[in-house]
Every structure is written in C-alpha cells, then in structure tokens.
Write a protein that binds this ligand. Structure first.
Ligand SMILES: [Zn+2]
Length: 275
C-alpha cells in the first residue's frame, strides 16, 4: 500500500466548534421534557453512528488500498451516507437526518475563518447539505418533509438523484473486489469500550447501550471482507474527536465527541429549538 500515514487524524472539530466544550456545563438538561431527553439521546447516538461510519470509510480506504479521487473527507462522508441509506431501515434513515442536524447545529455560518477554508474537511454547513442531498437523492419522497423543513430547493433535489447514484455506484465499484463472498465468514472486529472517566460516564453508557461500534462493524462486514483483528475502541481522549490509525489498525471514537453533541442538542432544546 503506497499511502500509509502515521495517523489519519480526522479533526472533525474546527475552531467554530471549539467554544462548545464548556457548553454542557451551562446547559441545563433538567429543563428538557422527557420527550426532548429521548430525542437528545437518540441524536447523540445517531451522530456517533455517522461519525464512526465516516471513520470506517477511512479504514476501508487504507485497508483495501482504494483510489481516492478528490477530497478523502468528502468521499468518506458520502460512503457513510450511502451505506446507511442503502440499508434502508428506519433507524439509519433517522440517523442520516440527525447527522445532517448535527452539522447544522455546528454550522460555520457567518464566522468562516481562513483555517476553516484551509481544513481538509468541507465546511460544516456543506457537510450538512451534502447529507441532505444524498438522502433526497436516494429517496426523494421519504425525505421530502425533511428537505422541505430546511428549504432545500426542488431543482437542487433533482440533481441530487444523479449525485447520489454516482456516489453509490462509485463506492460499489471500488468495494466490489472485497465483497463478502457467499459462505465466507464475516470480518471479526475487536470491539471495546474503555472505562469512562467520571465526566464521560453519561455518553459512554449511551454509546455502549446503543452498541454504536458493533452496529458499524456489522454494517461494514455485511458488505466487505477485511483481514480480521481491526480494533474499534470508544475511549477517553481528552479531545472531541474520532480517528482511524492505519498503523495500529484501530478506529477510535472519543467519548468527548459524544459529549459535544449532547451539549449542542441540550442547548438547542434549552433555547427553544424544536425536535
Ligand atoms: Zn475523516
């Protein structure tokens, strides 16, 4: 494999989001109704699913030595959308909408900095709209109400049908050689949830109960066969992040990242946002 990097850090947190760290301390979750709390928990799980799937895209590229034309970050965002939309379940359809919602809550808005523009990731606002485009491209009727709510224009939706198909076909083509064969044993992943530090306990429990890592591992292994032994770890990192490390063959999801989403959604509801 020609492109081994020490660490494919997926610095999903950009400067616009950095200030959100202490937000949870200020956010008062006790103001939320039971229904809002349930939605907030689902929102955190769904965004963790999407981000873990995004990291699994980096994993596939490095494990299989796949070609990447264009920005890898955009490519693996699209893979996450395609693989979740193609599984066509209510759970993943909701997760897709929550993932778009996650980027909308962290949108750059008017505060786009040079460092945002220099970043390897597209702007959070663009990442949100690309997810919406993939969703409406895959299932225009099903996601019509969702697209209406965010005023996603009809003429843009029409073009998204082709863009979705192109993304789905492209990923299918590059993964074809690694497709799980009939009778073949699915890939064995080594999954663990490290003991959380006290401040991460709430999110750690949520991710473990929802089996976020297991869900992504199952989804990936349904489609492709990889060498066994890849580790997927949820842990305390001291930063809000997630990353794939090719050398260690390890996908890491930081508990703090789930905490950031929890802070964002609790604040959103506390400020009168609608679910
Ligand atoms: Zn990434």
């Amino acid at each position: 494999m020609t492109f081994i990097r020490n660490l494919t850090r997926c610095a999903l947190v950009c400067s616009a989001m950095a200030a959100a760290g202490p937000a949870l301390a200020q956010a008062d979750a006790s103001q939320l109704s039971d229904e809002q709390m349930a939605e907030a928990r689902q929102f955190v799980v769904d965004n963790a699913l999407y981000i873990t799937m995004h990291e699994a895209g980096h994993m596939l590229i490095s494990e299989l030595g796949l070609p990447v034309l264009g920005k890898e970050e955009d490519a693996v965002d699209n893979l996450a959308s395609v693989i979740m939309l193609e599984s066509d379940t209510d759970e993943f359809d909701q997760a897709i909408m929550d993932a778009a919602g996650g980027w909308f809550l962290m949108q750059n808005g008017q505060d786009i900095t040079d460092s945002d523009l220099m970043d390897e990731h597209s702007l959070n606002d663009q990442r949100a709209y690309t997810i919406v485009c993939m969703a409406t491209g895959a299932a225009p009727d099903y996601f019509a109400e969702f697209a209406d709510e965010i005023e996603f224009p009809a003429e843009r939706r029409d073009r998204c049908a082709d863009e979705y198909q192109q993304a789905a076909d492209s990923w299918e083509a590059v993964l074809a050689d690694a497709e799980l064969g009939e009778g073949q044993t699915p890939t064995r992943f080594d999954i663990s949830y490290d003991p959380p530090s006290p401040e991460n306990e709430a999110w750690a429990g949520l991710l473990r109960e929802a089996q976020v890592l297991e869900t992504v591992a199952n989804l990936v292994s349904t489609y492709v066969k990889l060498d066994d032994g890849i580790r997927m770890v949820a842990t305390n990192c001291g930063e809000e992040n997630a990353f794939w490390s090719p050398e260690d063959r390890q996908l890491t999801f930081c508990y703090e990242f789930a905490g950031l989403y929890a802070a964002e959604i609790v604040n959103y509801f506390a400020e009168g946002g609608q679910g």
